[in-house]
Design a protein around this ligand. Structure first.
Ligand SMILES: Nc1ncnc2c1ncn2[C@@H]1O[C@H](COP(=O)(O)OP(=O)(O)OP(=O)(O)O)[C@@H](O)[C@H]1O
Length: 311
């Protein structure tokens, strides 16, 4: 568990981060979202002490970070940034293994970890291990950057706009990969983004920053349904709020017994996509399957009821 306790950074008499407190549970993703200059990066960097707080403290599993040498801290906290920050003259394997090497892991263990991570990121180790960053696409470089942050099994991983430079399709895939890998490894992740859509897709919790202050810290559905301030409401965007909400829940949550003919959706499909399929096919019910086996059906009426329940 990471506890951020009234942390503040003052630059030239003005707070860039103003008494922010939040607790990040182990094994979850917290997305920090806000407009440019709201203090997101400064907040993130106070956690690994790339920026020294003016006041307040951060505790990792109860231990204040001020008690730890900075080097030790940075090994316990992975860090991934936009543009990945890879060493261009080091192979993919050396880049990913950088922190384990610093920690003195045996070679075999580093190699096994590098291969495990490359596999997780769908980059076959035999093909990618010995390449250099310049021989990878932007999306692959970004995956290596995230793999490097995960390599030493850190207590937590900080990510600053890691997907900012990716085109929308690759970006969506990168987000899905991160979610899947985070679940598989049980990692604790704090990710900074200016994109509310990304924050609600990725975060178990979303922390909204405005002018240095934390204005709301809640689950995505609550942020969408009950924005705490006008600013949060603006960030969420009025028009497609019901759709954003539906994108958070899978069909399996409202599946009903009995099968119907017509288009098929998997139980893991989001209600937003199921709605889209209903509208596109002109049906008011869809057959639901799980791994190819019939599970039941979902109706347009039930999807609508789900959207309205939060209204
Ligand atoms: N080293 C510094 N010296 C003085 N002011 C700074 C410094 N770093 C950040 N600031 C100021 O603190 C405020 C918050 O900056 P920060 O980079 O944390 O915002 P951000 O939300 O991450 O923005 P962006 O999305 O544009 O990166 C800004 O007003 C910025 O100008």
């Amino acid at each position: 568990m990471i506890e951020i306790d009234a942390i503040t950074k003052i630059y030239d008499g003005t707070p860039a981060v103003d008494a922010v407190s939040l607790t990040v549970e182990t094994g979850t993703i917290t997305a920090i979202v806000g407009t440019s200059g709201s203090g997101k990066t400064t907040l993130l960097r106070m956690i690994n002490r790339l920026v020294e707080p003016s006041s307040g403290e951060v505790r990792i599993n109860g231990e204040p970070t001020t008690g730890l040498p900075k080097e030790a801290l940075r090994r316990r906290i992975g860090y991934a940034i936009q543009g990945h920050g890879l060493f261009p003259h080091h192979s993919v394997a050396r880049n990913i293994g950088a922190v384990p090497r610093l920690l003195g892991w045996p070679r075999d263990k580093i190699r096994a970890r590098v291969d495990e991570l490359l596999d997780l990121f769908s980059m076959p180790p035999d093909e990618f291990r010995d390449r250099y960053p310049g021989e990878l696409s932007g999306g692959q470089q970004q995956r290596v950057g995230v793999a490097r942050a995960l390599a030493s099994r850190p207590d937590m991983i900080l990510m600053d706009e890691p997907f900012g430079a990716l085109d929308p399709i690759i970006r969506t895939r990168a987000q899905e990969d991160l979610r899947r890998i985070q679940r598989a490894l049980g990692s604790t992740i704090l990710i900074v983004t200016h994109d509310m859509e990304e924050a609600i897709q990725l975060g178990d919790k979303v922390a909204v920053m405005d002018a240095g202050k934390l204005v709301q810290y809640a689950a995505p559905a609550e942020i969408i349904a009950k924005p705490a301030t006008e600013f949060v409401s603006e960030m969420v965007g009025g028009v497609d709020r019901p759709l954003k909400l539906l994108s958070l829940f899978p069909v399996s949550e409202i599946v009903e017994e009995g099968t119907v003919d017509g288009p098929v959706v998997d139980a893991s499909t989001s209600l937003r996509d199921a709605l889209s399929t209903c509208l596109w096919s002109g049906r008011d019910a869809l057959r639901v399957e799980r791994d190819g086996a019939a599970l039941g059906h979902v109706t347009l009426a039930a999807i609508r009821a789900r959207a309205e329940a939060h209204g």
